[in-house]
Design a protein around this ligand. Structure first.
Ligand code: ATP
Ligand code: MG
Length: 754
């Protein structure tokens, strides 16, 4: 376990200390409506990991409450993934559907308590009655039904006497609740559909919010860990369990941030589309971020576990760079797998002064790896090297074979090019070469200097293999949809050539192909007649280089700023109105896309922002404070509960624009405004926060600090420029952050250089 504990483990330990639970019980509760992806791996690692760390137990529970999208094949894929990652769920896999009878009984209990009712409004009316974030909802006229009526109707719903949508069961909570989810949430709905487990036994199905908390309770779960998007559902979770006055202990919900990775999509819905519409070969296509995909590509469970450990557990959504995952697999395989020679793109070399054949002995592993194993590599007059390893007109820094420059054949001899043979169209078809008989690897007495060693195979004994090279599935970091798919994400090489031992010895399933990367014998398509290898990952992060060079060329194909920003792991498309506003903000007002995205996706925020703009023409500074500070306040409060107005915010930013106060002080003033509702000008005045820009005031402070730090002055004068920051920081600190940083900077520089 890590030295520093994540916040979930801190909670678990506190609960254990307080004797809240006898045992830590967590659960991993996927909906079996798709194959699990790397995001699920994170959740699996957290839930099973915490259970293991505290000698508890983690249940694998299929959250199968939606009959129309679920299937047994997904159940199997989920079990497979958990098992492959090395976790153990014990005797049984649990299913929410097994609790349908109990959950139904709890519904009856709520009705009897007067806490639930059958509503007969249609979907649209329900939405309308719910109100908006700024407006309380109204309760349905059907909420007045008597307990008897409600019991009777629910029974009839269960018996299948109604059509879908005719009635729903709702909790009676609060139609004016600030948390919209608490406005009489739905508990049951009618679905005349076949369920893959309960068949046609039920035609009403419990909603997530009702089924999940009760399933947790029924299983004796202590810590119900889920992702942040369920934050607002926590109130219902608590309401259901508390209202039913269940025998303690009860579970509590805790949220963590979802994992998002760039250059891919992570929602099962989007993955399903790729699979169904055949953009990929199946759920286990090695380009997908599914566990089945990684497994087939050749990732090891250890590399995925390491990755999940490295990214940690946080409470803020963020996007992880896929190169971090690639690093983990490279790191894992580096010391584990045999290194062999494979030529992806063969070019024939005839070594004219070599006659006969021999078998060279070579280790599968480099010296610094504590693994052993040898193989024999046949060598003869005719061999293949990679086309890329010969160049007639080499650029600077080209270290491989050229017409003038010799090269070492790895584990064999040094060769020199004597002739380049071309076809009628001028393509190189063969190289004639000479070898030096004293240059054999391990006993080289030739004295010839070469700059590199390249892979090769012998023509007679090499085996033909198919190699599948994978690149990123999408060509941009935050893919929007199918149009962002990378057309070159799969490249198939039908006739690559590999040294024979790989096929005949089969020393492993994973290999490093020297100078090419890590490869895995495809578990499905590999056969002795046609061995197939998947590229797992390259030897280094070639993508980072690629994008950098791309930056030099004009980015014409790149879409302009209208691109949506991924904030939440998954991007939901903007409505047309939101998009129009987004475009206006990014182009006319020149806001960055991240800030614009935050503003337009929340109508409260955007209207607040627009109002502040009507008081002050300072679009960027206003947008920043609204998207950051004001939005934080609005997470906990409604617009009309805020203690400040848009005009107050405009006054505050005006002081920043006029350099009366610094940005840092503005944040401090904002906190005060949010708490007390005091006018910003008054706060600044009362607390004496006005920015000090007068050199006559700042100068003596600087002099004092310079006098106190003669050593650092010396170092600065000797050329350590970084110390400028030290002095500026000291001055700002001495003035409680009130000194104008620009002026301090200028003055400090002047004084130190004088
Ligand atoms: P998706 O939106 O990708 O379809 P989901 O949230 O609907 O995923 P579920 O099968 O309901 O998937 O999720 C099972 C568990 O895995 C839940 O606890 C969920 O919070 C967690 N989970 C799903 N996606 C991620 C992710 N990207 N990062 C971390 N945990 C995730
Ligand atoms: Mg879901």
């Amino acid at each position: 376990m890590n030295e520093s504990k994540d916040f979930l483990r801190v909670i678990v330990e506190k609960d254990l200390k307080a004797n809240k639970y006898k045992e830590v019980v967590t659960r991993f509760p996927p909906e079996p409506n798709g194959f699990p992806h790397i995001g699920h791996a994170k959740s699996i690692c957290i839930n099973f990991g915490i259970a293991a760390d505290y000698n508890g137990h983690c249940n694998l529970r299929m959250d199968d409450t939606n009959p129309t999208t679920e299937d047994t094949k997904y159940v199997e894929a989920l079990k497979d993934a958990v098992e492959w990652l090395g976790f153990n769920w014990g005797e049984n896999v649990y299913f929410t559907s097994d609790y349908f009878p109990k959950i139904y009984d709890y519904a009856i209990e709520l009705i009897k308590m007067g806490k639930a009712y059958v509503d007969s409004l249609n979907e649209e009316e329900i939405r309308e009655y719910r109100g908006t974030v700024t407006q309380a909802g109204r309760r349905s006229p059907y909420a007045n039904r008597t307990v008897e009526e409600n019991l009777d109707l629910l029974e009839k719903m269960k018996k299948g006497e109604f059509k879908e949508g005719e009635h729903v069961l709702r909790a009676k909570i609060d139609m004016g609740a600030a948390n919209m989810k608490m406005r009489d949430p739905l508990l049951y709905r009618i679905r005349h559909a076949h369920h893959f487990r309960t068949q046609d036994e039920w035609c009403i199905y419990p909603m997530y919010d009702f089924a999940h908390c009760l399933s947790d309770y029924i299983e004796g779960v202590s810590h119900s860990i889920c992702t942040l998007e369920f934050e607002n559902n926590r109130d219902i979770y608590d309401w259901v369990l508390d209202t039913l006055q269940l025998e303690p202990p009860r579970p509590y919900q805790h949220e963590f941030a979802r994992l998002g990775i760039n250059y891919t999509v992570m929602s099962k819905r989007k993955l399903l589309e790729l699979v169904n519409d055949k953009y990929v070969s199946g759920w286990d296509d090695p380009r997908l971020p599914t566990i089945a995909g990684y497994k087939r590509r050749g990732y090891t469970p250890e590399s995925i576990l390491n990755f999940c450990d490295q990214i940690g557990i946080a409470k803020a959504n963020s996007m992880v760079d896929v190169s971090q995952l690639e690093f983990c697999i490279r790191d894992d395989l580096n010391t584990k797998v045999p290194r062999v020679m494979c030529v992806l793109n063969p070019l024939k070399v005839t070594i004219e002064n070599y006659n006969g054949t021999e078998e060279l002995e070579a280790s599968y592993y480099p010296h610094d790896v504590p693994k052993e194993g040898m193989r024999k590599i046949p060598f003869s007059k005719e061999i293949y090297i990679d086309r890329e390893d010969f160049n007639e007109n080499p650029p600077n820094g080209y270290y491989r074979l050229t017409s003038e420059q010799p090269v070492r054949l790895k584990h064999a001899y040094i060769i020199t090019c004597t002739e380049v043979i071309k076809d009628d169209s001028g393509n190189i078809v063969e190289i004639k070469a000479q070898y030096n008989k004293d240059s054999k690897s391990g006993s080289d007495t030739s004295g010839i200097k070469v700059k590199s060693a390249i892979q090769w195979v012998d023509t007679k004994n090499a085996k033909s293999i198919e190699v599948r090279l994978y690149d990123r599935l999408y060509s941009c970091e935050n893919p929007d949809g199918l149009e962002d798919l990378n057309p070159n994400s799969l490249q198939i090489i039908k006739d690559a050539l590999i040294e024979p031992a790989v096929i005949t010895d089969k020393p492993d399933e994973r290999f490093q192909f020297e100078r090419e990367g890590y490869f895995y014998a495809d578990p499905i398509d590999y056969s002795d007649e046609k061995p197939v290898f998947n590229k797992i990952v390259g030897l280094k992060d070639s993508w980072a280089k690629k994008t950098k060079t791309d930056e030099k060329t004009p980015k014409r194909e790149k879409k302009p700023e209208t691109k949506k920003v991924q904030i939440d792991g998954e991007v939901t498309p903007m409505s047309e109105a939101e998009q129009t506003l987004f475009d206006k903000y990014t182009t006319e007002l020149k806001l960055n896309s991240m800030i614009s995205d935050i503003l337009v996706r929340d109508s409260q925020l955007s209207s607040f922002y627009e109002e502040s703009l009507s008081h002050l023409d300072s679009p960027i500074n206003l947008a920043n404070i609204v998207a950051n500070e004001v939005s934080r306040e609005l997470k906990e409060k409604q617009l009309d509960e805020l203690k400040f107005t848009a005009s107050d915010i405009a006054q505050l930013i005006k002081m920043v624009d006029e350099e009366t106060i610094s940005n840092k002080i503005a944040k401090q003033v904002f906190e005060e405004m949010a708490k007390s509702g005091e006018n910003p000008l008054k706060i600044v005045e009362a607390k004496g926060l006005v920015q000090i820009s007068d050199p006559a005031v700042i100068s003596p402070i600087i002099d004092e600090i310079i006098a106190k730090n003669p050593d650092n002055v010396e170092k600065f004068k000797a050329g350590n420029n970084k110390l400028l920051g030290f002095f500026v920081g000291q001055v700002l600190k001495a003035t409680g952050g009130k000194a104008n940083p620009k002026i301090v900077n200028e003055l400090v520089e002047q004084k130190l250089n004088s």
